[in-house]
Design a protein around this ligand. Structure first.
Ligand code: 13P
Length: 283
């Protein structure tokens, strides 16, 4: 991440709000996120999983970001979300990606740190910010599926050592959130978050924010969360809008028209989540 983006997190941490990270998949969703963030003057991260990078193509993703720099004045970055392949990350850093997550959380502690450190050593001289995860979230995101019984909460003592030895910029914590929607009421281990905050002073990241009530997200922000990841609720809004439009206009074949309701519905969710992150007017 560039120095100005690093500063973004410092501002969020000091101001007790979070930078929203929205998973984007195509031009329509990317523009809808950026337009909403611009309207609300919120900084924003455009998150791309390995599956999304494969779908969009690296050149198109980077090209879109470069084009967007000319149009939008808010601070934003393309952020690699849950990338596991170090060679892919290094290549995309060289192409201009400013923020990356190396997810080696499925490896044992020492191995996780070794992989993360390799990315940090490559990224930092180029001004790129690195996020890593300690513990494991359950749920499904792209090709990554973790059973509830295999979820591991972040250990605060390990978190301290992990941050110190790797030199990461932001830490994704596992405190009870999951990727995808929740079956029942989500229960977060806020005491654990507090314990992590007490020993780790870098910005903390909340994955799996779809379906978490705003009040609970506010509580996590108060306790140190500075980046909030939202994917599923955006996808659900987009496809719901598309279904409504196509069932009302089954004959429509023009994507410029049949995407219209999907984009409107998605923008509404993006606006709600920016409000939830309390990041409006912070650009
Ligand atoms: P949700 O799909 O639950 O919103 O999670 C998003 C996420 O954490 C992306 O990394």
């Amino acid at each position: 991440m560039t120095d100005s983006s690093k500063n973004l997190f410092q501002l969020a941490q000091a101001g007790k709000y979070a930078i929203p990270a929205f998973n984007v998949h195509n031009l329509e969703i990317t523009k809808a996120v950026l337009e909403t963030a611009q309207e609300m003057q919120s900084p924003v991260l455009l998150a791309a999983t390995p599956g999304t990078v494969k779908y969009m193509g690296e050149e198109f993703l980077i090209g879109m970001m470069k084009a967007a720099r000319k149009k939008y004045t808010i601070p934003f970055e393309v952020h690699l979300d849950h990338h596991e392949n170090v060679a892919d990350i290094k290549r995309m850093i060289d192409m201009g990606v400013g923020s990356v997550m190396i997810d080696a959380s499925h490896h044992p502690f020492e191995e996780n740190m070794k992989i993360v450190k390799e990315v940090v050593d490559y990224a930092h001289p180029k001004g790129v910010l690195v996020e890593a995860e300690l513990g494991r979230l359950s749920g499904i995101e792209d090709d990554m599926s973790v059973d509830e019984k295999d979820a591991i909460y972040t250990n605060p003592d390990q978190a301290k050592e992990f941050v110190e030895r790797t030199g990461i910029d932001t830490l994704a914590v596992a405190i009870g959130t999951a990727h995808g929607l929740y079956k029942g009421e989500p229960k977060l281990d806020l005491e654990r978050l507090q314990e992590i905050r007490a020993v780790v002073d870098i910005p903390l990241v909340l994955h799996g924010a779809s379906g978490i009530p705003d009040a609970l997200v506010h509580e996590t922000i108060r306790l140190g969360i500075c980046k909030v990841n939202v994917a599923t609720e955006l996808k659900n809004a987009f496809v719901a809008g598309l279904r409504v439009y196509l069932s009302a206009h089954p004959e429509e074949n023009d994507p410029r028209k049949y995407f219209s309701e999907a984009i409107t519905d998605l923008k509404r969710v993006v606006a709600d989540k920016i409000t939830m992150c309390q990041s409006a007017q912070k650009a």
